[in-house]
Design a protein around this ligand. Structure first.
Ligand SMILES: *Cc1c(COP(=O)(O)O)cnc(C)c1O
Length: 381
């Protein structure tokens, strides 16, 4: 693993992705592809650090995009398979999407009827798929449950239009969020039961994302078995997985600095980052980010509430304890902040976006992109 002394960082906040860990994640996915026969593509929604796409493209088959901008990035930078899905495509974007995609996924029969001929005329080689809703999910939170009640994501069996089946190359579902293979098995059973009629008329089935493949307790061997068995049941049909989070999982961190220490009933530390702007899932999911060398409140000698440098009262990372008192200038390292962070960042309150850096296999820190005032200004008018 690479080593770098974070105290030497000249500027914070900064996301640092470790190339060696990213490659380790990709190697595991390569093994899954080799042993199961599935194809894995990167969901840009969760991880879009395109300076790493040469490396990602060495192991994965391409990208899955949720609309025009992600599709353009996938085509421009990785230039392997581009699969594009959107809850709804638009008249002024569909032609370019058709030109640059290898596969297009419609969310509803209405969208299929609206755009199928147009897309095929522009790109006769494009494959066409429908996202279905298997109406089964054990997703842990409603915010991230694509199969919740009244979900707009995918077509239920009741809304399925059998008249389009002969024109479809594939079916997609996406129903998981940070889950193990047992959850996939549940979804797969529901999917096969509901759509049994149609699966064998397809060239491929896409199992979506949410497979927490690179988490230490993920049952990789079982996943390989499940995919192999599915392929065996369905004439060796092509299977795709499109993880986002699992690619970026635990590949790096967000480094911030302590700007001030206060006391108001408890110790408070103000950092040069923001939960709201730079770690949004800590508030939305919500979850508690791990901080390097810290414990729960009260566990170590000195407890602080860590807060962001915005004027939002709730811009708080949580209460953490340390062996030594914090001092102004100390670095605070939030672990595992590479997926679903910079893809969601905002310039709320004008706070500076964290720089993006890659720690190479040779332990060289490559600061790839620094942000400033122009990034804030250019998003406003
Ligand atoms: C979000 C999403 C993914 C990736 O999900 P992860 O949880 O990041 O693996 C894949 N496919 C679709 C359709 C998605 O919406």
């Amino acid at each position: 693993m690479a080593h770098f002394d974070l105290d030497k960082l000249s500027s914070t906040p900064m996301y640092i992705c470790e190339e060696s860990i990213l490659e380790k994640n990709l190697l595991l996915m390569q093994r899954i592809q080799n042993e199961s026969g599935a194809k894995i593509i990167l969901a840009l929604k969760g991880f879009a650090m395109w300076s790493t796409f040469d490396l990602v493209g060495k192991y994965l088959q391409g990208c899955t995009a949720s609309g025009l901008h992600e599709a353009k990035l996938a085509r421009e930078i990785m230039n392997k398979e581009v699969h594009t899905y959107s809850p709804a495509f638009k008249d002024d974007e569909i032609d370019e999407i058709a030109r640059i995609s290898d596969d297009i996924v419609f969310n509803s029969p209405t969208q299929f009827h609206r755009y199928y001929e147009r897309v095929k005329t522009i790109n006769p080689n494009i494959t066409v798929s429908l996202r279905v809703n298997p109406e089964y999910s054990s997703s842990p939170v409603d915010l991230y449950n694509p199969c919740g009640v009244f979900s707009r994501l995918g077509t239920t069996i009741d809304n399925f239009d059998a008249s389009i089946v002969s024109k479809l190359d594939g079916l997609n579902f996406h129903a998981l969020c940070e889950q193990n293979v047992d959850a996939l098995e549940g979804v797969l059973a529901a999917f096969e039961e509901k759509f049994a009629h149609y699966i064998d008329q397809m060239k491929y089935v896409n199992f979506g994302g949410g497979h927490h493949i690179t988490r230490v307790d993920y049952d990789v061997d079982r996943l390989i078995e499940v995919i192999r068995a599915f392929k065996a049941r369905h004439n060796n049909i092509t299977v795709y997985l499109e993880p986002g989070e699992a690619v970026g999982w635990q590949t790096g961190y967000l480094v911030a600095s302590v700007l001030d220490i206060m006391h108001n009933g408890m110790n408070l530390a103000i950092l040069d980052t923001s939960a709201e702007a730079h770690m949004p899932d800590t508030l939305a999911m919500p979850y508690r980010a791990m901080v390097r060398n810290s414990g729960e409140a009260g566990e170590k000698a000195y407890t602080y509430r860590l807060g962001g440098n915005t004027c939002l009262a709730g811009d708080i990372m949580g209460d953490y304890s340390f062996d030594m008192p914090l001092n102004i200038g100390d670095k605070i390292v939030f672990e595992d902040q590479i997926h679903y962070t910079f893809v969601k960042n905002t310039t709320f309150n004008g706070i500076k976006l964290p720089a993006l850096a890659l720690l190479t296999k040779e332990s060289k820190l490559n600061v790839i992109h620094e942000f400033g005032y122009e990034d804030y200004k250019n998003r406003l008018s």
